[in-house]
Design a protein. Structure first.
Length: 114
C-alpha cells in the first residue's frame, strides 16, 4: 500500500501558526478514520487529533482550542491547522489511520522556537 505523505512543517515562533497536509490514497481516505500524531525527542508518539469518516472529531487535551483537523474529500487530504503554537508542540508530526497497521509516512518536522 502507498504510505501517507505529510508536508507543511517548519520553524515558527511561539504564538505562530502552521497548516500540515497529508495526502493518502482514495480508498484509505474514504473508508477509514484518519489521525495526526506527533513524537517529540525522547518521548513516545502521541495522538494529537482524530477524525472518523462520519465526521466525529477528538483532540488531545493539550491541543484543544488551538488545533483543527479537517478532511478534503476532493483531494484525499487530511489537514491539521495549528494556531497559538508553543515550544512544547515541537515534534515530528505524522498522519495515519488507527484502522491500519504499520501505516506511517516520513512525517514533517515542526519546530516552535524564538
Amino acid at each position: 500500500q502507498v504510505q501517507p505523505v505529510e508536508s507543511g512543517g517548519g520553524l515558527v515562533q511561539p504564538g505562530g501558526s502552521l497548516r500540515l497536509s497529508c495526502v493518502v490514497s482514495r480508498s484509505i481516505f474514504s473508508s477509514n478514520t484518519m489521525a495526526w500524531y506527533r513524537q517529540a525527542p525522547g518521548k513516545q508518539r502521541e495522538l494529537v487529533a482524530v477524525t472518523t469518516r462520519f465526521g466525529r472529531i477528538n483532540y488531545a487535551d493539550s491541543v484543544k482550542g488551538r488545533f483543527t483537523i479537517s478532511r478534503d474529500y476532493a483531494k484525499n487530504t487530511v489537514y491539521l491547522q495549528m494556531n497559538s503554537l508553543k515550544p512544547d508542540d515541537t515534534a515530528v508530526y505524522y498522519c495515519s489511520s488507527p484502522d491500519i497497521q504499520n501505516y506511517w509516512g516520513q512525517g514533517t518536522q515542526v519546530t516552535v522556537s524564538s
